[in-house]
Ligand binder design. Structure first.
Ligand code: ATP
Ligand code: MG
Length: 463
C-alpha cells in the first residue's frame, strides 16, 4: 500500500468475541499493519489516550455497556482523523446505517470475509490518509496536467476538482448530485479516467430508460432459458464492468426491488445472474448520479434509506451554472474554439454586450444548453464576431440572474466619476477573465494597447 512507504499504519481492533478479535488481528497483521487490540469497548475507553495515535479503528458494533457508536464518539474527541470501520452481525443493517450517520467510514457484515476486510481497511486508509499516489494525482490535477476536461475556475468547480482527485484513486462508491446538464456524466468519466481502473471498462447504464425486468437482466445478466426469449447466457453490465467502473445514471428512478438487489451487491460484492444458481464475485467501482432530490425520495419511501446511506458516503455536488457565472466566459471561449475546429469555421470573437447577456442568463439547461447554443452560433454565424442580436431572445432579454424574486439589483455605480467607472470596469473584466488582458480588452470592447495604456495611467500595472 502506498502509505506504507512512510510509516506503518496503526489500527485498533475492538471486539468482545475473542475468536473474532483474534482472526481480525491476524488478518491485518499479516499485511503489515501495526495492531492494538481491546477485548471490548470498556477496555478501549480505559486506554483512550492511546487512540490519539491511531489511523483506523475496526470495531464490533454490538458490545455490552460501550457499543461501537459510543466508542466512535469518544475516540473522535481525542482523534478527529481516525477512520472507522464498523463490524456488524446480520440483521443489524439499520444500526449500521446509524453508524454511518454518526460518522463511520464504512461497515462490514459478519461472518467476515477477511479479504473483504483488508480491502475496506485499505480503502479507508487511502481515503483518509492521502498516500503517495493520491498526492501525486492531486498535484497533477491542480497544475492542470491531469486528465480533467472539466472547465471552470469558480471556487465551486475548483473544490469539485479537488474532491474528484481525492476519491478517484480509491474504490469508494460515489454519488453525483446535480441538475440536468451540470456535468455529472463528465465527472463520472473523469473519476474513472483518474483511477487505477482507467484501462478497464467504464460502462454507463441509465436506470430510467428500461423496464424493471429488463433493467434486472441488464444489470445482473441472465442464464440461458431463464425467461422466454433468453436464448443464451448473457452477461450483465456489472459483470462486464468487472475491474472497471459502472456508472448508474438516474439512480433515483431505479425500482425498489432492484434497489434491494443493488444494495446486496454493494454489501457482498457478489451477484447471481437471473435464473442462475451460483454467485459470481466482482470487483466493480460504482458511480451513481441523479438530478432528483434523493433525500426527498427517501422520505417518500420511493428510495431505500439503507441504499441511500450506502451510496452517499462520498457525495459530489455539481453546482448549477447560474451559481458560478464567472465560469461562463471560460466555457464560451472553450466551446467557441472547439466547435470552430470541429466544423472548420473561423473562431468567433464575442462583443462585450453579447458576453454580458450570456453571463446574465440563468441557463436552466446548464452547461449543455450553453454548449448547444455555441455550437449553433458557430455553424450559422456569418460575421466574424457574435453580437447581442445573434443570441436567441430568451438569452438576449434575460434579467440579471436572480430574476424578479431575487434581491433588488445593486446600484451599478456608487461613484459617478467617469474614470472611477472605467477603473471598476477594467477590474471586473480582469477578474472575469482570470487576469487575461487580451480577453479583458475584448470584453471591454477596446484594443489591447488601449487597455495597457489605461492600466498604466491608473497605476494598475501590478496585477
Ligand atoms: N465544467 C464543464 N466543462 C466543460 N464541459 C462541460 C462541463 N460541464 C458539462 N460540460 C458539457 O456539457 C454537456 C452536458 O454535461 P453532462 O452530460 O455531463 O451533464 P449531466 O449532468 O450528466 O446531465 P443529465 O442530468 O441531463 O444527464 C456535456 O457535453 C459536457 O461535456
Ligand atoms: Mg447525464
Amino acid at each position: 500500500m502506498s502509505g506504507a512507504m512512510n510509516r506503518t499504519y496503526r489500527i485498533a481492533v475492538i471486539d468482545d468475541e475473542s475468536e473474532s478479535l483474534a482472526s481480525i488481528c491476524r488478518a491485518l497483521k499479516k499485511v503489515g499493519y501495526d495492531i492494538s487490540s481491546f477485548e471490548d469497548g470498556v477496555a478501549a475507553l480505559q486506554s483512550l489516550e492511546a487512540f490519539q495515535d491511531i489511523d483506523l479503528v475496526v470495531t464490533d458494533l454490538k458490545m455490552p455497556r460501550v457499543d461501537g457508536i459510543d466508542l466512535l464518539r469518544k475516540v473522535r474527541e481525542v482523534n478527529r482523523e481516525a477512520g472507522f470501520l464498523i463490524v456488524t452481525g446480520h440483521g443489524t443493517v439499520e444500526t449500521a446505517v446509524e453508524a454511518l450517520k454518526a460518522g463511520a467510514d464504512d461497515y462490514i457484515l459478519k461472518p467476515l470475509d477477511l479479504f473483504e476486510l483488508r480491502d475496506r481497511v485499505h480503502q479507508i486508509l487511502e481515503k483518509r490518509q492521502p498516500g503517495n499516489e493520491l498526492r501525486f494525482l492531486r498535484r497533477q490535477m491542480a497544475a492542470g496536467r491531469g486528465t480533467s476536461p472539466i472547465i471552470g475556475k469558480s471556487p465551486a468547480i475548483q473544490r469539485l476538482l479537488e474532491q474528484i482527485a481525492t476519491v478517484a484513486p480509491t474504490r469508494s462508491t460515489v454519488l453525483l448530485l446535480g441538475e440536468s446538464g451540470t456535468g455529472k456524466d463528465l465527472a463520472a468519466q473523469t473519476i474513472h479516467a483518474n483511477s487505477p481502473r482507467s484501462q478497464e471498462n467504464f460502462l454507463p447504464l441509465n436506470c430510467a430508460a428500461l423496464s424493471p425486468s429488463l433493467l434486472e437482466s441488464e444489470l445482473f445478466g441472465h442464464e440461458k432459458g431463464s425467461f422466454t426469449g433468453a436464448l443464451e447466457r448473457r452477461l450483465g453490465k456489472l459483470e462486464l464492468a468487472d475491474r472497471g467502473t459502472l456508472f448508474l445514471d438516474e439512480i433515483g428512478e431505479m425500482p425498489l426491488d432492484m434497489q434491494v438487489k443493488l444494495l446486496r451487491f454493494l454489501e457482498t460484492r457478489e451477484i447471481m445472474r437471473v435464473g442462475g444458481t451460483s454467485t459470481v464475485t466482482l470487483d466493480v467501482r460504482l458511480i451513481a448520479a441523479t438530478n432528483r432530490e434523493l433525500a426527498r425520495a427517501v422520505e417518500q419511501q420511493k428510495f431505500r434509506m439503507d441504499l441511500y446511506y450506502r451510496l452517499k458516503v462520498v457525495t459530489l455536488i455539481m453546482p448549477p451554472l447560474r451559481e458560478r457565472t464567472e465560469d461562463i466566459p471560460l466555457l464560451v471561449w472553450h466551446f467557441l474554439a472547439s466547435f470552430a475546429e470541429e466544423h472548420q469555421r473561423p473562431a468567433l470573437e464575442v462583443a462585450p454586450e453579447a458576453m454580458q447577456a450570456l453571463v446574465q442568463y440563468s441557463w436552466p439547461g446548464n452547461v449543455r444548453e450553453l454548449r448547444n447554443l455555441i455550437e449553433n452560433l458557430v455553424i450559422f454565424s456569418k460575421q466574424p464576431s457574435l453580437h447581442l442580436s445573434d443570441l436567441p431572445p430568451e438569452v438576449r432579454e434575460a434579467p440579471p440572474t436572480g430574476g424578479a424574486e431575487g434581491p433588488p439589483p445593486p446600484r451599478l455605480f456608487e461613484d459617478l466619476n467617469m474614470s472611477a467607472i472605467e477603473k471598476q470596469a477594467i477590474v471586473q473584466a480582469l477578474e472575469k477573465t482570470g487576469g487575461n488582458r487580451l480577453k479583458a480588452a475584448q470584453m471591454l470592447g477596446i484594443g489591447l494597447r488601449t487597455l495597457q495604456t489605461k492600466l498604466k495611467d491608473y497605476g494598475m500595472t501590478e496585477r
